[in-house]
Ligand binder design. Structure first.
Ligand code: FCB
Length: 500
């Protein structure tokens, strides 16, 4: 073995203090939608729309975590995880989204937090993981500014209740999904297909985040952290033609930069008007909003699953009924010979590397990063070797990115349990633990044991054993700049290792 090869396969450990955890979300696991005074959320409503969710499924029972939380905390202890990211169901605490607090709903989270802390597991609370109280949707939902104010009030209620015991607060999960997918594409609740409405929702989500940050900041004690979680997908044009490259940039704006620029770059993305001008005049923006949105946070949560391979497509004819409000003249494709998950999602760990390194280089003031979700979906096999390979390769990519300068502080696997996977229902399973939905029996999968051993001794050997899928000749980072050949045995990978 040559010296360089030896360096490349040198085992590397994660630093002491690196946070290991699993992640879930309220509507996906809790069930008990009518219990103890919980109000309806937009997902309860959406699931009743014929055809909205596969097989007409819903989160009505889900993993019954509301009653089985002690067993689930026990699983986390068996895993050896030091942290747990979960979300609070806003309508459990404020059944109408505002007004009187439902103590019984709050008490559920109190009990959970106490049990976690007794078990040595640090809670990371997400305040909004998509389950908006239906009462607020009836008043316009995220299309209207008032919802951002209500969100800040709710954040304050939660901190008053749990601020003594919870030190890590995440305002939003993936505002891209709750705005564009929910209000623009109609694939998620509330199922709207609006242009202006979806862009307004994205803005008001960011505004709600900023307002909540200010409230939490006023109350927070030293050492407590406030952050926000975004889903990041680097976009890759399938050819180097200007049309495909431009299409990839539009997609990058829609998914990534629409959110990262105002949060961390101090400005709305420069190409917003050019890209969305035919959809919206942005009249929902007000003076001073940008300052609120861009208030400093203590960390960024990154959810990473895949890159997006993009080609230019003809803009569709306007059709007021069926036309997607977000027709940006783009189409995503699965590259030939791509490695894919059990759900057909393209598996490209280098996309996680690009995301982490790209964000670090684009935003000088980027706060430390936690990977708040990363995981593999399949049909639920107990011997889930695909998931083990996925986790190993993405942990390797994470460690490589840290070597290259990304400040990553923790990793949360999605998910602790198989659960209600939104519009896909229960057939898509992401858990380290299998759930039998008839009996609610929990059975740890092979990946659970692998993850337990990894947390106990977190060592990776670079580079990844499986070469990722071949991609187009020109790659674009999340930052929108040409991609370097950093992954694998490329020259920059060597340089990074030599500087370690
Ligand atoms: C993310 C969501 C999470 C889960 C995973 C698979 O987009 O945040 O709730 O559904 O995808």
């Amino acid at each position: 073995m040559t010296a360089i090869e030896e360096r490349r396969t040198r085992p590397r450990t994660f630093p002491a203090g690196f946070v290991w955890g699993t992640a879930t979300a309220a509507y996906q696991i809790e069930g008990a939608v009518d219990t103890d005074g919980r109000g309806p959320s937009i997902w309860d409503t959406f699931c009743r729309v014929p055809g909205a969710v596969a097989r007409g499924e819903s989160g009505e029972f889900a993993c019954d975590h509301y009653h089985r939380w002690q067993e689930d905390v026990g699983l986390m202890k068996d895993l050896g995880a030091g942290a747990y990211r979960f979300s609070v169901a806003w309508p459990r605490v404020l059944p109408d989204g505002r007004g009187p607090v439902n103590r019984r709903g709050l008490d559920f989270y109190r009990r959970l937090v106490d049990a976690l802390r007794e078990g040595g597991i640090e809670p990371y609370i997400t305040l909004y993981h998509w389950d908006l109280p239906q009462a607020l949707e009836d008043h316009g939902g995220w299309r209207v500014r008032d919802t951002a104010e209500r969100f800040a009030d709710y954040a304050e209620v939660m901190y008053e209740a749990l601020g003594e015991s919870v030190s890590n607060w995440i305002t939003l999960n993936e505002p891209y999904c709750s705005s564009i997918v929910g209000y623009g594409e109609g694939r998620h609740a509330p199922g709207a297909t609006e242009g202006e409405g979806a862009l307004a929702a994205a803005h008001h989500l960011l505004l709600g985040h900023g307002l909540a940050v200010a409230r939490l900041r006023q109350m927070a004690r030293p050492g407590q952290q406030i952050g926000v979680t975004l889903n990041m997908s680097p976009t890759v044009p399938v050819t180097s033609s200007p049309q495909d490259v431009q299409a990839a940039r539009r997609m990058d704006l829609l998914v990534n930069r629409q959110f990262t620029e105002p949060l961390f770059g101090g400005a709305y993305a420069a190409d917003m008007a050019e890209t969305f001008g035919r959809i919206s005049g942005f009249s929902f923006r007000r003076d001073g909003d940008l300052e609120i949105v861009g208030r400093p946070v203590d960390f960024l949560g990154v959810n990473y699953y895949y890159r997006l391979h993009v080609e230019a497509a003809p803009y569709e004819e306007a059709d007021p009924v069926r036309r997607s409000a977000f027709d940006l003249g783009v189409r995503t494709v699965t590259p030939e010979r791509a490695r894919t998950s059990g759900l057909g999602w393209v598996v490209e760990p280098e996309g996680l590397y690009e995301t982490l390194v790209g964000l670090t280089s684009r935003y000088p003031d980027l706060p430390p990063v936690y990977i708040t979700e990363n995981g593999y979906g399949d049909d639920g096999a107990l011997e889930d070797t695909g998931r083990i390979d996925y986790l190993r390769d993405h942990l390797t990519a994470t460690r490589e990115a840290m070597t290259a300068g990304a400040d990553v502080r923790g990793y949360f696997c999605w998910s602790l349990l198989d659960n209600f996977e939104w519009a896909r229902g229960y057939s898509a399973r992401f858990g380290l633990v299998h759930v039998d939905y008839d009996t609610q029996a929990r059975t740890p999968k092979a990946s659970f044991r692998w993850m337990r051993d990894f947390i106990a001794d977190p060592v990776v050997t670079t580079p990844v054993t499986t070469r990722p899928a071949t991609t187009g000749p020109v790659d674009i980072l999340v930052a929108g700049t040409p991609r370097d050949e950093r992954w694998g045995p490329g020259p920059l990978s060597q340089a990074a290792e030599e500087s370690t």
